[in-house]
Design a protein around this ligand. Structure first.
Ligand SMILES: CC(C)=CC(=O)SCCNC(=O)CCNC(=O)[C@H](O)C(C)(C)COP(=O)(O)OP(=O)(O)OC[C@H]1O[C@@H](n2cnc3c(N)ncnc32)[C@H](O)[C@@H]1OP(=O)(O)O
Length: 257
């Protein structure tokens, strides 16, 4: 597929997707959606890829859903198309995807970052859900995911006032896993993704599945689900290899089998 709004590259076993609409601060229109989903799905299906990174520019991860595209939309259009539902496809990727966020991550941009498995932020990152200032509200998951990340009080504050939070506040409240100097953001995020990609792919994928299950089920069910996945890993060569390598004091050679 020829991409026009994103750049798609591989760095070893890492798939890198860079949002690339600089003049619109990476505003997310339908074409970006289609291309990001296609690229992530292709990496998900690629046996040579173990993890992905989604990033933008130093000024903007993404300044939101494309206001110019939405401006003339009617209720009937929005409802019948189930506008934004396409982004859910991204959350169905089974390999880990890390958001490397510099600059603005606003509205749909913040929501897109939260669809990833975790967020590493540059120290200039600014997160916000300013939809309220446009006479609407979050529509790509902000009211739900942000609340799960940061709790009710801060999610209400962000969604109702439309204010921005900086990277340090994002880290303090659990939206962001770590903050790094913006000049090192991509390198550090690629390093984290490369580390994940070195591990046994089935155990990585099951770990992602188990952590995500924590958001959707009871503690009792979640614990049982985790144990069953854990048990199943003993059927793999990689469990034998990983534990033998530890005992033999050498690096494991995982085969994803
Ligand atoms: C509705 C739902 C569910 C989700 C949403 O995401 S709604 C959008 C939420 N985002 C916003 O409200 C942020 C809008 N953008 C801004 O407030 C500012 O652009 C800024 C604070 C991020 C940066 O300000 P700055 O002065 O540095 O840059 P601008 O001149 O304002 O922008 C440059 C260029 O980009 C276009 N742009 C920016 N954001 C969007 C957007 N979300 N959609 C479409 N286009 C956007 C902006 O219009 C300008 O282009 P033009 O000069 O050609 O107009």
């Amino acid at each position: 597929m020829a991409y026009e709004t994103i750049i798609v590259e591989t760095r070893g076993k890492v798939g890198l997707i860079t949002l690339n609409r600089p003049k619109a601060l990476n505003a997310l229109n339908s074409q970006v959606l289609a291309e990001v989903v296609a690229a992530a799905s292709a990496f998900d299906a690629d046996a040579g890829i173990g993890a992905m990174v989604l990033t933008g520019s130093e000024k903007a991860f993404a300044a939101g859903a494309d206001i110019k595209e939405m401006q003339a939309m009617s209720f009937a259009d929005a409802y019948t198309q189930d506008f934004f539902v396409g982004w859910e496809e991204l959350t169905r990727t089974r390999k880990p995807i890390i958001a490397a966020v510099a600059g603005y991550a606003l509205g749909g941009g913040c929501e897109l970052a939260m669809m990833c498995d975790f967020i590493i932020a540059g120290d200039n990152a600014k997160f916000g859900q300013p939809e309220i200032t446009l006479g609407v509200m979050p529509g790509m998951g902000g009211s739900q995911r942000l609340t799960r990340f940061v709790g009710k009080s801060k999610a209400m504050d962000m969604c109702l006032t439309g204010r921005m939070m900086d990277a340090a506040e994002g880290e303090r409240c659990g939206l962001v896993s770590r903050v790094v100097p913006v000049a090192e953001l991509l390198e550090e995020t690629l390093k984290a993704a490369a580390k994940i990609a070195e591990f046994s792919l089935p155990s990585v994928m099951m770990t992602k599945e188990a952590v995500n299950r924590a958001y959707e089920t009871t503690l009792t069910e979640g614990l049982r689900f985790e144990r069953r996945l854990f048990h199943s890993l003993f059927a793999l060569d990689d469990q034998k290899e990983g534990m033998a390598a530890f005992v033999e004091k050498r690096k494991p050679n995982f085969t994803n089998r």
